[in-house]
Design a binder for this molecule. Sequence first.
Ligand code: ADP
Ligand code: ZN
Length: 728
Amino acid sequence: MTDILTRSQPGPQDILKKVFGYTQFRGHQEAIIESIHHKKDTLVLMPTGGGKSLCYQIPALMASGITLVISPLIALMKDQVEALKQHGIGAAFINSTQDYREQEAILRQIELGEIKLLYVAPERLFSDNTSFVSFLKRQSISLVAIDEAHCISQWGHDFRPEYLKLGEMKALFQQEFPVMALTATADKLTRQDIVEKLHLSDPNVFVSSFNRENIQYHILPKNQQYEQLLQFLNQHKEESGIIYCLSRKSTEQLAERLAYEGFSAKPYHAGLEIGVKNKHQEDFIKDDVKIIVATIAFGMGIDKSNVRYVVHMDLPKNIESYYQETGRAGRDGLSSQAVLFYGYGDVARLQYFISIEGNEDQTRIMTEKLETMARFCEINTCRRQFLLRYFDEDFPDHCGGCDICLNTVETFDGTVIAQMALSAVARLNQRYGISYVIDFLRGSRSQKIKEDDRKLKTFGKGAHLSKNEWKNYIGELVRQHYLELEKGMYPVLKLNDASWRVLKKGEKVRLGQIQNNWFAESVPETQNYEKPLYDQLLQLRKDWAKAQDLPPYMIFSDATLKDLATYLPLHEWQLYKINGFGQVKVNRYGRPVMALIKKYCEENGISGSWHQPPVSKQPAKDTGGLSDTHRDTLQCFRNGMSIARIAAHRMLTISTIESHMARLIQFGEIKINEVMDQKRVDIIQQKLANNQNFGLKPIKESLPREITYGQIRMVIGFVEYQKTQNSV
Ligand code: ADP
Ligand code: ZN
């Protein structure tokens, strides 16, 4: 292995290909590597799954000395080192889990030049025992990479005092080397703090987009929650996912219930016995358990790349947590889902939890964050835009990958229903909470309803609707601020000005109804890979993983297996074109993989189906609104593929590809008439002009049936494009 790297001077691109088996850099990776090559201190802000590790791993392989990687998470260290070894790279870690002899053996390897990357926990570096530092002083250090660099900042959510000492590193090792700080925490305060505390000198700063485009965001009302969850899980039976619950008890109850229904699910929370906890985590990572039902204690230090969905059964406390937790889905870049069940009751309940007695400032900040979280669930505009704006990033108002943009929420004229609910609250003198009002509306015989209240005019007027429907509608009225829910342990419904406008002036209210089968619709089977072959490859990977006691995703990602089952490589040169096959992996696993594919092709009469995976010619750069994925779609389109074929080919949904097309049209890369005839453009454009700011739904409804949402979005892109043309 070291041969290919030392004989000649390989460039970053060669290493990317030969060692890691990837065809192109993502985002800023190449520029970051370049920055280190020029010995500049460098700050890297990239979301989870963005590909931070390669940014220091490739420079480590290009330099002659050793690269130190400082990481606070011991579990992750081991994973990273294992993954590097899988690529044939000399890597090791030093931390408190090893005994003296193990550590000694590693020091010897370093002296022999066998180690290119050494992972170290910060406390190990600054322990009282200085012999380790003296040892490192004698080595030539080519780069120090500081992972999870936000740990140095009190502003961050994960402050670690031992990180503060990292600022003195250059003095400590008495030599010059560039420092790279990496984090997935975006906010400006933390960013500044990192630069200051680490004493980075005039650093190059690389900020990536925090958009996780392969994650779809969905908010569902919190009623019939379990039934909705089952429906979702049934659509994702073979996939891995995390389900977050607020309480320890509910993780255990839900895991048990799901197991009873035949799902492979285990609980995880900080209160479980350590042995049990570790076993459940291990089983999940190794794909032996599909679903982990956990409190937020689960996730830190989990690198599993094939988590296909994250479900929140309860509202997270703030957007930061939500973003971080949902971000654990889809590290491998394949399409993934984030589903959150939202009930107005959660806000009141959490408010109670986050209040810190005697600390009003902190309580106020937490309350604001909670309210923003609730607003995220209540908006009728693109969720992704809201998320990214929260992190100071601009984003257009249609992502094509959230429940709003996918239009899974239908609305209808709900004025009469609203009036019924509001007048019930009025007649009950605004003294009761939701469940009493619902029982009252439905004319319940329950003893709970007071005798006097039974005599009121509205009693039993809403018996035609079920309890759940009422829950849904009242929740909706609260969200739209036609009703207020007073905070506290027993929240009471109150009227406001808007309520009276509806009651007295007949102001129209629109209520929403989630389409029941959105799960089925949102995940169309557009992936045209050979599913039986994919399953066989999964099994093969699992066997190899078992034999080496490694998590399967570390041998190959799911994305690599899907590529294999799509492109069916039968020769070694073809294998090199598959993302994830570097030299070592081709040598180690190539033959059996190709043998399996060959057998499958023969048995199924498939021949000569090799076609090259698409590689975009453009270097991976952020070109003001168009990212690599847009360019990949463009490339496919230029190769003559239809939208449906591109979707199948890229293993993305049709609506994602349509949103790419809309973007490409907006930026003038594709002409609208390449995808639609002028007559259709005119019809849509006219409707758009007449109907502004009411969302796509009314526009869609006013157009002929065969016109799709995707086509409307493309025309919106076209209108935007025209604007830019007119303004120059
Ligand atoms: P982060 O540390 O930013 O969360 P990782 O470094 O773990 O992300 O990378 C996430 C995944 O993306 C890994 O499976 C990694 O191998 C893969 N990856 C990184 N860079 C590339 C690339 N240029 N092409 C293809 N896959 C990549
Ligand atoms: Zn959206």
